[in-house]
Design a protein around this ligand. Structure first.
Ligand code: APR
Length: 279
């Protein structure tokens, strides 16, 4: 249902009646736009720069090999920033929708969230797949140990580097190190050029296999494999609803605007004052 000539309210009514209520397994695929209203910068567009670097240039194994201090300074900056942020209305809409689905009796729907975000702001979702890892997990480059880590700062020498405009060039010994083998830690996130974990890919396959409604929220759709999920679901006959401030995917339903404003109404979980009546 293309909505070029339809108002947001009318699109919402059609969406709720025609697909939301009728769908059996709903999956939300989220990207950086989900957290934009919380003040977490996106990767592309205006928010995509850190110091003089494009954020995407630093999220690579090569960048880490060449300059682990710079990459850790970048990730330390992102960790410190995210620690000051809170989930926004769109995160809350997903949590509330999951609660609604889980408490429905009889059970007519199931729900899963697949997020590309590494900020942990969707951690209140029960059925959550963080496909690109987490800013708050580390992996040892020597022994492979994976650990959750919310230390602030993650290494003493990184303290304050988040405010610098220049590289600090810390020696390896001052960067985060493994408590078990003293090896150099890296953020446990998936960088460009790296494969996703097989376990994660299999979990995602299970969700997409059953999915008859995919909500594509705040993602530019430029990075694979996530970029392919809408066409996979669509090819199997599932419906696609996109929530984005700009046109991205061709979809059955396109909600153009901030997902913080729109998602709660579209999922019928807004009890706040910005609710549009949709039934
Ligand atoms: N509401 C909805 N959409 C928004 C909002 C908002 N308030 N603000 C921004 N957006 C949209 C932008 O229009 C853009 O389409 O969010 C999208 C953000 O795109 P990217 O910055 O490319 O982020 P994402 O799609 O999550 O990137 C995918 O690429 O850099 C890697 O691993 C990283 O997980 C990331 C992946």
């Amino acid at each position: 249902m293309r909505n070029f000539f339809l108002s947001l309210e009318f699109t919402t009514v059609l969406f709720v009646i025609l697909v939301l209520n009728a769908s059996k397994h709903i999956v939300a695929l989220c990207g950086a736009g989900l957290s934009a209203e919380s003040g977490v910068p996106t990767f592309r567009g205006e928010g995509g720069f850190w110091r003089t670097f494009q954020a995407t240039e630093l999220a690579t194994p090569k960048a880490f090999e060449k300059n682990p201090s710079r990459v850790w300074e970048f990730y330390h900056y992102r960790r410190e920033l995210v620690l000051t942020k809170k989930p926004n209305r769109a995160h809350k809409a997903l949590v509330d929708f999951e609660k609604k689905v889980l408490s429905a009796n009889p059970k007519t729907q199931t729900f899963a969230v697949i997020t590309q975000n590494v900020d942990g702001l969707s951690s209140n979702i029960k059925n959550l797949i963080e496909m690109h890892g987490s800013l708050f997990k580390t992996r040892c480059t020597k022994c492979g140990d994976r650990t959750e880590n919310y230390d602030s700062p993650i290494a003493l020498a990184l303290k304050g580097t988040e405010n610098s405009q220049f590289d600090i060039n810390l020696p390896i010994e001052k960067l985060p190190s493994c408590s078990k083998c003293k090896g150099l830690l890296r953020p446990d996130v998936v960088w460009f050029g790296e494969c996703l974990d097989n376990d994660i890919l299999m979990k995602i396959d299970v969700e997409l296999e059953r999915c008859d409604l995919l909500l594509v929220i705040g993602t530019s759709g430029l990075v694979y494999p996530a970029a392919a999920y809408a066409s996979i679901v669509s090819a199997r006959g599932g419906k696609i609803a996109v929530f984005n401030i700009e046109k991205t995917y061709d979809a059955d339903f396109e909600f153009i605007g901030s997902c913080g404003e729109i998602l709660g109404n579209a999922l019928m979980v807004n009890d706040g004052e910005d609710k549009h009546e949709v039934v």
